[in-house]
Design a protein around this ligand. Structure first.
Ligand code: IMP
Length: 186
């Protein structure tokens, strides 16, 4: 942990190696489920938090798949809340498709509940969710990801796509920031 970004990290929760290993397992599990159903997913990442996870995950799919992104907003600072707004829609159509939503973390569940509804309203045939992290203690909406990388405790985490005030997404692992970093922004 000698690089500059890591100096702001109090604790590593999940290492880069653990994430890579889990992504391989998840991709195999997901692909098998779709194979069994004889369908292919269109993999749709929620910007921006899903980007590193999605990039790692899709490397291990063995079929040629479509990918796309959407951007929704609902989150500021360290508290989830408010309505979800679609800022950038997909380029490809999801009509009649089997959408696999890729998300960084399921926290209150509000974002995913809204996004899942949106895809069904747009005529998706099937909507599944894969999330790198799940924070079940924070859930206010009854929603579960179909595939979860890791369950984390009720702590604010950064890295591997997850940000604090738009920073730390490039940290190559999941960690907890030192308290003085939050204090700088209060
Ligand atoms: P939800 O709608 O409350 O489930 O919020 C989901 C979004 O909140 C995620 O996509 C993240 O962008 C953000 N979020 C929730 N928990 C954390 C965290 O611990 N660190 C960074 N972002 C988080």
């Amino acid at each position: 942990m000698s690089d500059i970004i890591s100096q702001d990290i109090e604790r590593v929760l999940i290492s880069e190696e653990e994430i890579e290993t889990r992504c391989k397992q998840l991709a195999a599990e997901i692909e098998k489920d779709y194979d069994d159903r004889q369908i292919r997913p269109i993999v749709v990442g929620l910007l921006k938090g899903s980007v590193p996870f999605m990039a790692e995950l899709i490397k291990y799919f063995t079929h040629p798949i479509e990918i796309d992104f959407i951007s929704v907003s609902s989150y500021q600072g360290t508290q989830s809340g408010g309505d979800v707004k679609i800022d950038k829609d997909m380029d490809l159509s999801s009509q009649g498709k089997n959408v696999l939503i890729v998300e960084d973390i399921v926290d209150t569940g509000r974002t995913l509940a809204e996004v899942r509804k949106l895809f069904y309203n747009k005529g998706a045939q099937d909507v599944k969710i894969v999330a790198l992290l799940d924070k079940p203690d924070r859930r206010v909406v009854d929603i579960q990801a179909d595939y979860v990388g890791f369950t984390v405790p009720n702590e604010f985490v950064v890295g591997y796509g997850l940000d604090f005030n738009q920073r730390y997404r490039n940290l190559p692992y999941i960690g907890v920031l030192k308290s003085e970093i939050y204090e700088q922004y209060c």
